[in-house]
Design a protein around this ligand. Structure first.
Ligand code: GUN
Length: 298
């Protein structure tokens, strides 16, 4: 069965719109997200546009700051710091990747943890990893994961919301994550472990990737390598999430999983586009609202 991230994200967005309108009536202002983009990489431009459109649908104010690719690390850090101290700004996102002369980790560390829209700040990741499990939390549209008191990576939250939509009991399942992005895989592993899953993280260039993937009841792939996951990688009945995004030479978008070959081996599978990607954008709105709420209510 194909899981429609698009439908779940749309439901979330209409619920978030109501939430934002109610909060705006109560507190006199709507949440405010600042998106900083360095250079005009076409993929980043598309991502940023999608984020701005989603924010508009939720009545979240956005400010898109487009900076020249040659900006220095110091100037960029100075700009994030300016928004850290602006009381009207609730959440800040620096679109990645950054040009090679700028350290992404350094820039992420300059964002105030309570304004970290992506949940990539090391303080937020370590805070999350130290929280006790909340195994009885039942996912809802407004609370797709338990409240751990800090922003959580949007991909991890998005996958958990999609998993909840399947109705499958996660306890005792083996989840395998394929990819190299630690700021996403570590929070993802924590959320799954808190649901009593066994978790394995595998590099996309692992010696026997097929064998590593075939043990998975839940396979989560985010390596940005088209065609990486073939039918032979899928254990029959597994749940497959494709968080990869690749543009093919003909201009079309595809994930990392050979969708056509895998869709009838998997019990549930997400398409690209319309799967994990739209959920990531919805969860960015969710994180922005949470940042706003925590800044107002503590
Ligand atoms: N580039 C690709 N995905 C993301 C994301 O989730 N956040 C940021 N900041 N940059 C990205």
């Amino acid at each position: 069965m194909v899981i429609s991230g698009k439908d779940i994200a749309a439901q979330m967005q209409s619920s978030m719109l109501q939430q934002v309108d109610a909060m705006a009536a109560k507190y006199g202002r709507t949440p405010h997200l600042v998106i900083i983009q360095v250079g005009d990489d076409p993929a980043s431009t598309v991502y940023v546009r999608n984020k701005m459109r989603a924010a508009e649908r939720c009545h979240i104010r956005t400010q898109h700051i487009l900076l020249p690719a040659g900006i220095s690390e110091q100037e960029l850090c100075r700009l994030t710091d300016k928004h850290n101290t602006d009381q009207d700004v609730d959440a800040i996102l620096v679109q990645l990747p950054l040009p090679a002369h700028i350290s992404e980790q350094k820039v992420i560390r300059t964002i105030l943890p309570e304004k970290d829209a992506d949940g990539f700040h090391p303080d937020n990741i370590s805070l999350l990893l130290r929280q006790p499990a909340q195994p009885d939390h039942a996912a809802t549209i407004n609370a797709p994961v338990p409240d751990y008191g800090c922003p959580i990576a949007c991909t991890a939250k998005g996958v958990m919301a999609l998993l909840a939509s399947t109705g499958v009991n996660l306890s005792g399942k083996h989840a395998v994550m394929v990819g190299e992005t630690d700021v996403i895989s570590e929070p993802m592993a924590k959320l799954l472990k808190d649901k009593q899953c066994t978790v394995t993280i595998v590099r996309s260039d692992a010696y026997d990737l097929q064998a590593a993937c075939r043990v998975a009841d839940i396979l989560i792939v985010g390596a940005d390598k088209p065609g990486l996951i073939t039918r032979d990688c899928i254990r029959p009945g597994a749940i497959v999430f494709d968080a990869g995004l690749n543009r093919l030479p003909d201009g079309s978008l595809t994930g990392d999983v050979d969708f056509e070959a895998c869709k009838d081996v998997a019990s549930f599978i997400t398409p690209v586009p319309g799967g994990v990607g739209v959920m990531i954008v919805a969860m960015l709105m969710h994180n922005t609202i949470e940042c706003y709420n925590r800044r107002i209510n503590g």
